[in-house]
Design a protein around this ligand. Structure first.
Ligand SMILES: [Zn+2]
Ligand SMILES: [Zn+2]
Length: 275
């Protein structure tokens, strides 16, 4: 069974109103793409910072710019449309209780945990970008990113850890740490295994400057060695992204010995054979 759970029903950025995208016609376009690509389980996972309720968690200016929608209206819409109901919830260190309040009072099928920010700086955006500072040290940024990802997993807030090596998104456009990168992955893998969270294999990296999936192959190998279950997603922001590069990714997963994918319902996980 193929899944696509980490799916946004609209592109990021201003002017993408819920009224224009949370519609039956828009969902039909996503569903059509999923059916064409043999994806049996389709869910959506809006960014938590799109919801006004997220401002109780964090008041970063980027969140304030984006928080326009009502989380309950979103959940009701997704459920009515027959989508699995998910959310992509950033990890905000120190705000775990507030995020737990937001998450616990809603009926999700799964909660996807992401690290996009280290303190106030973003790893994957130019705006607020952590690489703007002259002399930004890749060794330190990578270490902080993976330590934060480990803390996110250990928070117990999440079912799936999204795009687990997002810090590499820029590829050769930003400085890279030297040598074997596995030293960075270690604390995260340990946390994933201890907390029994699923690790997202995301094809989104293939659309980004880095041009490879998340996680990198050695990172995936470590996760598998530690017994972590895998969840497969595209991080679509348009219908055309649904199931993006799945055939090559399924073959890659088979080469790595992955035979089952995580399937979620009301935050319970089971494993289903891929094909
Ligand atoms: Zn993300
Ligand atoms: Zn996403």
């Amino acid at each position: 069974m193929l899944t696509d759970y980490h799916v946004h029903l609209r592109p990021d950025g201003e002017g993408t109103l819920a009224a224009d995208y949370f519609t039956a016609a828009n969902v039909a376009r996503y569903r059509e793409a999923a059916e064409e690509r043999g994806i049996a389980e389709l869910g959506c996972s809006e960014h938590v910072y799109r919801f006004t309720q997220a401002l109780d968690v964090w008041q970063h200016p980027f969140w304030r710019e984006n928080a326009h929608d009502d989380v309950d209206a979103y959940c009701d819409f997704a459920r009515e449309q027959g989508l699995k109901v998910g959310v992509e919830a950033d990890f905000v260190p120190g705000r775990e209780d507030r995020m737990a309040n937001l998450l616990e009072s809603r009926e999700w099928d799964y909660v996807i945990g992401s690290v996009h920010f280290l303190k106030d700086e973003a790893v994957d955006m130019d705006e607020w970008g952590i690489w703007r500072t002259r002399g930004a040290d890749p060794e330190k940024i990578w270490a902080r990113y993976f330590e934060t990802l480990a803390a996110a997993a250990r928070s117990g807030l999440y079912d799936v850890m999204a795009h687990p090596d997002l810090v590499k998104v820029w590829g050769a456009e930003r400085p890279l740490p030297e040598g074997d990168l596995r030293r960075f992955y270690e604390p995260a893998v340990e946390a994933f295994a201890d907390m029994d969270v699923a690790v997202e294999v995301s094809t989104a990296g293939l659309r980004k400057p880095v041009g490879e999936r998340y996680p990198a192959e050695p990172f995936l190998a470590m996760c598998l060695e530690a017994g972590c279950p895998i969840a497969l997603s595209s991080d679509a922001h348009y219908p055309r992204h649904v199931g993006f590069e799945y055939p090559s990714t399924v073959a890659w997963l088979a080469d790595q010995g992955v035979r089952e994918l995580s399937v979620f319902e009301r935050r319970a996980r089971r494993l289903e054979p891929i094909g």
